[in-house]
Design a protein around this ligand. Structure first.
Ligand code: GDD
Ligand code: MG
Length: 397
């Protein structure tokens, strides 16, 4: 893969935020000696390097009652070397959609000779194992893991820790293009291979997110991302004293991280999850508040934003979505101890303009879960041993 080198980097304490890097070639050919000028503006990431990173990566696919055809397409786009971990919150009652997902994955693994894991978010064994290992933050009043993509992502990240992976990448199950999924994962691997710190994150920016109205329109920015990015940039500008537009992936659902970083970040529930990751990095390592982790502060936290070639086309769910996504994301920024008056005013202004809050109202504070490293992994592993065998034995069926 050939990709632009990071050309501009904004620094905030120990955090390095790289400006968007574009993909030049999805496939950059065989390994050859590079011409001397090649390494300056553009980086060629060899297939072997991509495979090395993919091998150490779990791709987590959260799913809830998605069309099986989409799910099937998404798993087919995940490069062979990655471990697929599906975390499902699909219905099991009237129609057992989880069973269908499990069967589809099992058949796929059988014919492609690869391994995968699938868990149901509401599996009592999972909740029990979490409780036994001292991590109860994502459990609800009924003692089971709460609903939500964020909770699913966290449960699956624990599974990646058990599988001793070094990286986790997140890909939604409702993507129409398997080729786009394939590209996301290659971008994850490329970005992580460029990182100089073991605490690194890659966030995907779609080149286009087409909308179908009268014909197809290749739109670049969604309303939610535009507003979230603007407020996030205002937060950074207030700390550096220089106006910036560096953040272009505030809401990126498709993203990857080293597990070393994933383990130390407090995670938000709901659609605050992706903006909160950045907020947590700025809070923990931005140099304004006390550093959250000495080694990460020393090594630095690196953020890459990579723009894909494939457009992003996913299932249109419509309805309350704008509100459902914007409010929690802006809530994460608003309630950060880093957020000063000007950014707060900007957030309130945006939310009032969208009619999402009344004049005296404030955005709700998102639920923040403790960092994943608070789990007793040994106890979790012992408790999950039996169930785990059945989750990961798909390949042999
Ligand atoms: N395990 C699990 N549990 N998965 C869930 C749940 C849940 O409770 N709820 C939703 N999902 C799955 C969906 O099936 C889908 O695969 C993925 O999570 C994302 O959900 P969508 O409902 O499709 O979200 P979206 O398309 O509106 O938003 C996506 O893009 C945003 C950025 O534009 C998400 O990835 C957001 O998190 C992201 O901010
Ligand atoms: Mg979607």
């Amino acid at each position: 893969m050939r990709i632009e080198s990071p050309r501009y980097t904004e620094r905030l304490g120990s955090v390095r935020i790289n400006d968007v890097q574009q993909v030049l070639e999805l496939d950059s050919g065989r390994a050859k000696e590079l011409l001397p000028h090649e390494n300056i503006a553009v980086q060629k990431i060899e297939e072997d390097v991509l495979k090395d990173f993919e091998e150490k990566m779990a791709i987590i696919i959260p799913t809830k009652d998605e069309k099986l055809k989409l799910f099937e397409g998404v798993i087919s786009g995940v490069p062979h070397e990655c471990l697929i971990i599906v975390v499902s919150n699909s219905q099991t009652k009237k129609i057992d959609r989880f069973r269908m997902e499990r069967d589809t994955l099992s058949q796929y693994c059988h014919f492609t000779r690869r391994e995968a894991m699938i868990i149901h978010q509401k599996d009592p064994a999972l909740a029990q194992a979490l409780a036994g290992a001292g991590y109860t933050d994502i459990l609800g009043e009924d003692g089971l893991v709460r609903d939500g993509k964020a909770e699913g992502m966290m449960a699956a990240t624990f599974m990646a820790m058990l599988a001793k992976k070094e990286y986790v990448g997140f890909v939604d199950a409702d993507n129409y293009f398997p080729g786009a999924v394939w590209e996301y994962v290659r971008c994850f691997a490329s970005g992580l291979s460029m990182a100089k710190s073991p605490y690194a994150m890659v966030r995907i920016l779609w080149r286009y997110k087409p909308k179908v109205s009268a014909g197809m329109y290749f739109r670049k920015w969604g309303r939610v991302s535009e507003i979230t990015n603007k407020c996030m940039n205002s937060l950074i500008s207030s700390k550096t004293g220089f106006e910036t537009g560096i953040i272009k992936t505030g809401n990126a659902g498709e993203h990857a991280m080293s597990l070393r970083l994933a383990e130390i970040l407090p995670c938000a529930s709901s659609y605050a999850v992706e903006p909160q990751e950045l907020v947590a990095v700025f809070e923990g390592f931005g140099g304004v508040l006390p550093m959250a982790h000495p080694t990460a502060a020393k090594d630095g936290v690196e953020i890459f934003q990579i723009e894909t070639r494939n457009p992003h086309l996913h299932e249109e769910k419509g309805g309350q979505h704008l509100e459902g996504m914007l409010l929690p994301g802006l809530g994460a920024i608003y309630h950060s101890p880093l957020c000063e008056a000007e950014t707060k005013q900007m957030i309130l202004g945006e939310l009032r303009q969208q009619g999402m809050i009344k004049p005296r109202e404030r955005p709700p504070k998102p639920h923040i879960n403790a960092p994943l490293r608070n789990i007793d992994l040994k106890k979790f592993s012992e408790a999950m041993e039996e169930s785990l065998a059945s989750y990961s034995a798909l390949e042999e069926q």
